[in-house]
Design a protein around this ligand. Structure first.
Ligand SMILES: Nc1nc2c(ncn2[C@@H]2O[C@H](COP(=O)(O)OP(=O)(O)OP(=O)(O)O)[C@@H](O)[C@H]2O)c(=O)[nH]1
Ligand SMILES: [Mg+2]
Ligand SMILES: [Zn+2]
Length: 304
């Protein structure tokens, strides 16, 4: 018989989300992760959200309402907004040598993070693949010179070194791993969180999802010996990253190499593509800014 205790309201975090279903973890008292459903039509919750839940029986819950978000990372096209995570305070963008990462997607992720005021790190994985690595190494230096932390990893074969290299970046932060499919996000999570693979397999089995590529986002608390007070979110890889929610002005201001220059353009509404007296084109011609990023950025104009 359910007792009146079974309908307590508690604060919880959404730790996994798939469609209209969620897993929640209570915040104030430890307990098992529970399957939760939303009331009514509200489905815009995402992993990381803090909510109030009503407990039902031993392992289920209903989400009552969402609490305010401290941060929100999204991607969007003109039709849809996709919330990637709430309440993260850092994004770790995972790129790799093989398959070689797309620099346009990297640029898009960096612009989205800057607009959301979420600092970004770049985790460059698969450094063990010597030939492919040599091809991307000069590009990594460009991002270092722009001020992004770039951390080189071989997550699959060097787990201990990986944990040591990431510890100081992950301690005390809620970090989302972002990136294209196949870069090594889940491999990294499995290196950092004992038991993560098993937990993910159990949910995948319940969902009848495939085993390798990640199909839903999941929040993991990091072990205190690796990163005290840290959490990490694994997320599905993507092939597109729309920026419909990011205005032209926000895009320009999210380019670290542009921020000092934009006041110097002759026209205040300069598109930095063909106008005379453009300070950014002058910097390009003098070799002061990276031509590949300039080209990729210019190509984003007018696109989602
Ligand atoms: N050579 C090499 N392979 C790696 C490394 N890290 C991961 N891999 C391999 O890369 C493949 C993809 O790794 P995942 O961790 O599943 O990649 P993911 O980013 O989670 O991919 P999605 O879930 O599809 O977004 C797997 O076959 C891994 O074994 C590494 O450091 N070196
Ligand atoms: Mg994955
Ligand atoms: Zn200009």
């Amino acid at each position: 018989m359910p007792s009146s205790n079974d309908s307590r309201v508690e604060r919880a975090r959404i730790v996994a989300s798939f469609g209209r279903q969620f897993y929640v973890r209570t915040l104030d008292a430890p307990g098992p992760d529970r399957v939760a459903v939303t009331r009514g039509k509200r489905t815009d919750f995402c992993v990381g959200d803090e909510v109030t839940i009503r407990l039902i029986g031993a392992d289920q819950a209903v989400i009552e309402r969402g609490l305010s978000r401290r941060s929100e990372l999204i991607r969007s096209d003109r039709y849809n907004v996709k919330r990637l995570a709430a309440n993260v305070d850092q994004a770790a963008i995972v790129i790799a040598s093989d398959p070689r990462f797309s620099e346009e997607l990297l640029l898009r992720m960096l612009l989205a993070c800057a607009t959301a005021e979420i600092p970004a790190l770049i985790l460059a994985n698969k450094s063990d693949l010597a030939t492919a690595w040599a091809a991307i190494a000069p590009r990594l230096q460009v991002y270092r010179d722009l001020g992004y932390p770039v951390i080189e990893l071989a997550a699959r074969d060097h787990p201990q070194e990986t944990r040591a290299a990431l510890s100081r970046y992950l301690t005390g932060h809620n970090t989302i791993l972002l990136g294209e499919s196949g870069m090594g996000k889940s491999t990294l999570v499995n290196t950092l969180v004992p038991g993560a693979a098993l937990a993910t397999r159990e949910i995948s089995a319940a969902l009848c999802a495939g085993r390798h590529t990640t199909t839903f986002s999941k929040w993991f608390d990091l072990p205190s010996e690796t990163a005290p007070s840290g959490a990490i979110v694994d997320s599905p890889g993507f092939q597109t990253f729309g920026l419909a929610h990011v205005s032209d002005s926000q895009r320009v201001h999210a380019m670290p190499e542009y921020t000092e220059l934009i006041g110097g353009c002759r026209f205040h509404n300069c598109s930095h593509i063909q106008e005379p007296g453009c300070a950014i084109r002058a910097a390009l011609e003098s070799g002061a800014i990276d031509p590949i990023r300039y080209l990729l950025f210019s190509r984003l104009a007018g696109r989602d």
